[in-house]
Design a protein around this ligand. Structure first.
Ligand SMILES: [Ca+2]
Ligand SMILES: [Ca+2]
Length: 289
């Protein structure tokens, strides 16, 4: 698997370099992104986009959705595969009609009209929107390609999942085609590999609350200094001593780093709580300038 991934990333780099010279300037490469339902217990969307999951509070599968962002509005066929790290199990793949009262494109009013596949052994899902009879772009239902998701699914951490960072990403290797075909309406088309332009969703799993580094149920100066000590260890080239649960809890703004910004956010939150503030840490950080 590791080898496959490294082959894949070099292929992606090579393909990316080629397409830089061939992309029509009018066409912005389409991309795919994921969302989670952060009203689910123990799930929070952090300021810079990473998802925090408290695996103690979250015991049910997390509802997720996958969207296509296609500024050109020329998508004619869509084949998207998404894969997650093994301990984050993907399941319950459905079309968007039941939950979101619509699909992004006309003619896909039922789950049967799109092609939905789950590959349990690979922990992969695949979604196809394809109208092969037409040479034109598919017709949108909403204003944008992402007014509705392409599909819905669930992601659940295994009981023995370790704390740390997990990825959910678009995948193009292996069986089953993955590609987005933009049609110009005159029979010409251009094919894009969605794994090249799409950012993975990062999910930080922790057995404790966001920011509660020492897991004592409180946010205070002990947690702040824990983050600062870890940051100084790592920034001076030493190995960090946080385990996966602590690292996940310490990236308070969800930018992928544990650093002084997280510590300063937590210090400000501690002061805010001492002044009888009632917002959650995440809401506090998101609203902070
Ligand atoms: Ca604490
Ligand atoms: Ca951070």
């Amino acid at each position: 698997m590791k080898k496959l991934l490294s082959i894949m990333s070099s292929a992606v780099i090579a393909a990316g370099m080629v397409s830089a010279f061939t992309v029509n300037a009018a066409d912005v490469a389409p991309s795919v992104y994921f969302t989670v339902d952060d009203k689910a217990d123990g799930v929070e969307t952090l300021k810079f986009g990473a998802i925090f999951v408290n695996t103690k509070e979250n015991t049910s599968a997390i509802p997720c959705a996958v969207y296509l962002k296609d500024e050109s509005k020329k998508a004619g066929q869509i084949f998207v595969k998404a894969i997650a790290d093994k301990s984050l199990k993907l399941s319950d793949l459905t079309g968007p009609n039941a939950l979101y009262k619509g699909a992004p494109y006309k003619g896909f009013e039922t789950d049967d009209s799109m092609n939905l596949n789950t590959f349990e052994d690979l922990n992969m899902i695949a979604v196809n929107y394809s109208k092969v009879s037409s040479e034109k772009p598919m017709e949108l239902n909403g204003e944008k390609s992402d007014s509705y998701p392409l599909a819905c699914f669930k992601a659940k951490f295994a009981d023995n999942a370790e704390g740390g960072t997990y990825n959910l990403k678009v995948y193009s290797e292996g069986a089953y085609f993955s590609g987005i075909i933009l049609r110009n309406g005159d029979g010409t088309f251009k094919e894009y590999d969605p794994s090249e332009n799409s950012k993975p969703m990062t999910i930080n799993a922790s057995d404790r609350k966001l920011g509660d580094i020492n897991n004592d149920g409180k946010w205070d100066s002990v947690d702040v200094s824990g983050i600062m000590k870890e940051y100084s260890r790592v920034s001076s080239g030493k190995d960090g001593i946080f385990d996966g649960n602590q690292r996940a809890a310490a990236d308070i703004n969800g930018d992928g780093l544990v650093d002084s910004v997280d510590a300063s956010n937590l210090l400000a939150y501690y002061a805010y709580l001492s002044g009888d503030g009632t917002s959650s840490l995440n809401d506090f950080v998101k609203n902070r300038k």
